[in-house]
Structure formats: C-alpha cells, structure tokens
Design a protein around this ligand. Structure first.
Ligand SMILES: Cc1cc2nc3c(=O)[nH]c(=O)nc-3n(C[C@H](O)[C@H](O)[C@H](O)COP(=O)(O)OP(=O)(O)OC[C@H]3O[C@@H](n4cnc5c(N)ncnc54)[C@H](O)[C@@H]3O)c2cc1C
Length: 131
C-alpha cells in the first residue's frame, strides 16, 4: 500500500438539510469528511410553527449533529463558525469554538443556508456531484 496516500479532505459547511444530505451521500466514499456547524444541533425548520404554538417542544425538532452522523466512519463533526473560504489556497477559516485555525481541504461544500431551495437539501447535495 502507498504509505504517502492521503484521503481527499472534504469540508461541508452547515448541517442543515443540504449539509446533512451531502454528508449522507458521501458516507461511503474514500474521503475524510468534516461537517462544520456553528450549532451543535440540526434544526428541522418546517416544524418551527408547531413549537411556536406549543404543539411540539424544541427537542422534538432538533437533534445533535454528532448523533445524526455517528454511524459514518469517514465523518467528523466540528462545532465552529465558518468565517471565510479561500478557494485558491483551499482553506476554510473558522472562528474557534472547539478546534480552530484554518483547515486545509481539497473540496468544500457550502450548506450554510445561503441558497434555500427546498427542504430536501438540493443545493448542497447537487454540488456533491462535482466532487
Ligand atoms: C418556519 C419555516 C418553515 C419552513 N417550511 C418549509 C416547508 O414546508 N417546505 C420547504 O421545502 N421548506 C421550508 N422551509 C425552508 C427550509 O427549512 C429551508 O429551505 C432549508 O432549511 C434550507 O436548508 P439549508 O441546508 O440550505 O440551510 P439550513 O437548514 O438553514 O442550515 C444551515 C446550517 O448552516 C449552519 N451555518 C450557517 N452559517 C454558518 C457558518 N458561518 N458557520 C457554520 N455553520 C453555519 C446553521 O447553523 C445551520 O445548521 C421553512 C423554513 C422556515 C424557517
């Protein structure tokens, strides 16, 4: 086996619908995947109204990101706020909440909610096709 082989490093920014869908689609690829979110939980936003009307409790519509992705051996979850991305140098910058410093990557997938086009994670998941 080639000792110098390094698995591709992929960073997924945000663990919303898009980020989680992207992470799940990459569950079996030979890569080192890091999911970064500024919160430790995934929030199911479409049910926020039911929390507002006290039909559900906040715990019913959120789940710890680490437990959602616990079964994925190629994936780690990082609690940090992404502050910038340098696509030329392939660096993701994050404000330290658990583990800071620029993180060098081979690919990054923005899933931080900037593009909202549905609750099925289409925007970030679509980009998985280009990895
Ligand atoms: C009240 C409500 C009801 C809705 N109902 C529906 C519905 O019925 N049907 C439907 O299709 N859509 C619905 N939507 C829209 C749907 O929830 C969004 O389209 C969807 O959540 C977008 O997914 P996303 O992954 O792009 O972003 P999000 O789900 O918003 O996830 C973004 C993630 O990125 C993280 N993040 C953001 N910035 C950073 C950063 N700088 N660093 C680290 N992490 C970061 C956030 O913490 C979050 O976890 C609703 C939205 C709301 C608010």
């Amino acid at each position: 086996m080639n000792q110098s082989y390094q698995r591709p490093r992929i960073v997924i920014i945000g663990a919303g619908f898009g980020g989680l869908a992207a992470a799940r689609r990459l569950a079996h690829v030979d890569a080192q995947i890091t999911v970064i979110d500024r919160n430790n939980h995934h929030l199911f936003q479409p049910l926020l109204y039911q929390v507002a009307t006290a039909d559900l409790s906040p715990a019913d519509i959120s789940a710890p990101i680490r437990s959602v992705l616990r079964g994925q051996r190629n994936t780690q979850v990082l609690l940090a706020e992404v502050t910038g991305v340098d696509t030329t140098r392939k660096l993701v910058f994050a404000r330290d909440r658990a583990d800071g410093g620029p993180r060098s990557v081979d690919e990054f997938l923005p899933g931080h909610g900037r593009q909202c086009d549905g609750a099925d994670g289409r925007s970030a998941a679509r980009q998985v096709g280009s990895v």
